[in-house]
Design a protein around this ligand. Structure first.
Ligand SMILES: *[C@@H]1O[C@H](CO)[C@@H](O)[C@H](O)[C@H]1NC(C)=O
Ligand SMILES: [Fe+2]
Length: 602
């Protein structure tokens, strides 16, 4: 049903190029007036206040579409959703049209793959330019097919395209979640025991046990938790053990037979992929939307901060309605391709929002979040030798931070101007109150311009690096790629080890493979690469910049230069003499600012 409607959509706009942001930025009534922060002493202040009150009467809160925190309501809110849906739906339709020849070619090729009887047959699903439109411009990440059996590839996935689950265990506040035989620990890690590894700060953990209580589809998934460690000798970040938490609750390690251990890693991947996708919905979409809604209701349309937030919102409000139709509904793509049902996925995302794990604002600032999980600046153990998500996102983050610093300082000439801006102050109250943001700054935690810079930088980080590291092009190019990263298993979780001669039956059968890859392709936006929809152009919009001051325009020039320079770095990335890139046996290019979109239209 949804495919039909998308095909119809595709038919209507297939010929048009990616919409130019400045022509369709979803503003209700684009304004030419120069932005300013409110001046309570000026004659026009009363009129400005009245305009905000009038806006509030039409811009309301409604139940979250598809669950989770509020969506916009009222005539004003619904108009914005419609404007954003027009953007996100048309980008999807363009991608569906772009995929059509890939789907036809892939369907025709299935018989060539020996009926998909072995894992190697699955690896050939991307052979010879198949999916070339959907996979452009990077293709499947080099190494994903050739190197997927390596433990280092498995563990480094956690530090690149699925970086929000793993954490270091801290002996002063954590306990060991499960035991592993010391003989195995010694052999795999070189450390004396699991306890020693833990005490010295070399042990890491990812916990997906909470998926065990979700409602299953007709496919299969475990609810794995897993240990990782830093090797004292190689300094590599590697897997130590995976526990299934279902059936006979087996604990797998690299000491098991090859097929058992490979299957364990695939079982973990199923859970981590599910987590990554529904965590992203809460941590990026929900958090940005609620922060935005609070601002939209309290900041004047002439406030520079709202103008920036409106730019960052480009198309974003169209996603939740689309997710209901495509993903969450009974029989939608989650029911079809995941181990847990769409309805549970929606609840899972809502819970990750409301319990703060994904929903907290300040606690999830880029560096704060990584520090809390012991992934950077750890007081114990060794630092991670390579952390690709951090390395790449940091460059984008710093460029955003520089831009926001110049922007904020150009409008607020002192820290006291923050407390002196009644609109900004009412945003803080609104966000922490009716808007439903969690852990949003308050007047106590936003006293300085630097703190406003941090908040705005975070919002821009959420709609860019944070999102596109796990979603968008990531599904088809890596995080959902077969054979190693399936979204569900097609055989029951084993209750004993040994005797598995072939893992192919655990993967989707030929009839479902093309549909599964196609579903991932629907999230990709290769047509955006190199256009004015990329991260390079995050602020580069004539309508937006036209209303902002010269210092902000100059800051945008510097931002664009920094992003272009980083794009060149990422585009040049290849394997080094050890067959590694950023310490990984695959080449990861997700956060290329000239490829990734600047907003949340997926
Ligand atoms: C990973 O795969 C590529 C080929 O795709 C190869 O050149 C490289 O050496 C491999 N890396 C390792 C560590 O095996
Ligand atoms: Fe998304």
């Amino acid at each position: 049903m949804w495919r039909l409607s998308i095909v119809l959509l595709a038919g209507s706009v297939a010929a048009s190029p990616i919409p130019v942001p400045s022509e369709s930025n979803g503003d209700l009534e684009p304004r030419a007036i120069q932005c300013s922060i409110p001046n309570v002493l000026s004659l026009s202040y009363t009129a400005r206040k009245l305009a905000i009150t009038a806006k509030q009467a039409t811009f309301l809160y409604a139940d979250g579409i598809g669950g989770g925190p509020h969506s916009p309501g009222g005539v004003g809110g619904i108009t914005l959703i419609a404007a954003d849906s027009a953007i996100s739906d048309s980008e999807l339709a363009l991608q569906v049209a772009n995929e059509a020849s890939d789907v036809a070619a892939a369907t025709l090729s299935i018989p060539k793959y020996n009926g998909l009887k072995t894992l190697d047959d699955y690896a050939r699903l991307y052979d010879g330019g198949l999916w070339k439109n959907s996979l452009a411009p990077t293709g499947l990440y080099p190494g994903m097919i050739t190197n997927y059996t390596q433990d280092l590839l498995f563990s480094m996935e956690r530090l690149s395209f699925d970086p929000y689950a793993v954490r270091r265990l801290f002996p002063d506040k954590d306990q060991l979640p499960f035991a592993v035989d010391d003989v195995i620990v010694q052999d795999v890690t070189g450390a004396e025991s699991l306890q020693k590894l833990f005490e010295s700060g070399f042990l890491f953990y990812a916990d997906h046990r909470d998926q065990g209580s979700l409602e299953h589809t007709e496919h299969f998934a475990a609810a794995c938790d897993a240990y990782f460690f830093i090797s004292e000798s190689s300094k590599n970040f590697l897997p130590l053990a995976i526990r299934t938490n279902v059936g006979s609750n087996l604990i797998y390690t690299p000491h098991d037979e090859d097929n058992d251990w490979l299957l364990a890693k695939m079982m973990f991947n199923v859970n981590d992929f599910f987590f990554g996708q529904f965590h992203h919905l809460a941590a990026t979409h929900y958090v940005f939307e609620t922060g935005y809604l609070g601002g939209k209701r309290t900041l004047s349309e002439d406030h520079p901060v709202l103008v920036i937030m409106d730019r960052l919102r480009y198309g974003a409000l169209g996603i939740r309605p689309l997710a209901v139709v495509v993903l969450f509904r009974e029989g939608g793509s989650i029911d079809q391709f995941f181990g847990y049902k769409g309805s549970s996925a929606a609840e899972f995302a809502a819970k990750l929002y409301s319990n703060g794990y994904a929903g907290d604002v300040q606690n999830n600032y880029f560096l704060t979040n990584l520090r809390r999980r012991g992934l950077i600046d750890s007081p114990i153990g060794l630092p991670l030798k390579h952390f690709p998500f951090y390395e790449d996102a940091l460059v984008n983050y710093n460029a955003i931070h520089d831009f926001m610093t110049d922007f904020v300082n150009s409008y607020y000439t002192s820290d006291s101007a923050i407390a002196g801006d009644p609109e900004l102050q009412s945003w803080l109250l609104e966000a922490n109150g009716p808007a439903g943001s969690i852990n949003f700054p308050t007047k106590e935690t936003m006293k300085t311009r630097a703190q406003l810079v941090d908040l705005l930088t975070h919002m821009a980080h959420l709609v860019s690096s944070s999102h596109h590291a796990v979603n968008t092009n990531q599904l088809i190019t890596g995080a959902g790629s077969l054979p190693f990263n399936p979204s569900a298993l097609y055989q029951p979780i084993p209750t004993e080890k040994g005797g598995i001669t072939n893992l192919a039956p655990f993967l989707p059968p030929p009839s479902q493979c093309v549909q599964m890859i196609l579903n991932q392709a629907n999230f990709a936006r290769p047509l955006i690469a190199g256009t004015s929809r990329t991260m390079v152009h995050m602020f580069d919009d004539p309508v937006t910049l036209g209303r902002l001051n010269k210092k902000t325009k100059d800051a945008n020039e510097r931002f664009m230069a920094a992003m272009r320079a980083q794009s060149a770095v990422i585009k040049a990335r290849t394997f080094d003499e050890n067959g590694l890139s950023q310490g990984m046996p695959f080449v990861w290019q997700a956060l290329d600012p000239d490829v990734m979109p600047f907003s949340l239209t997926i």
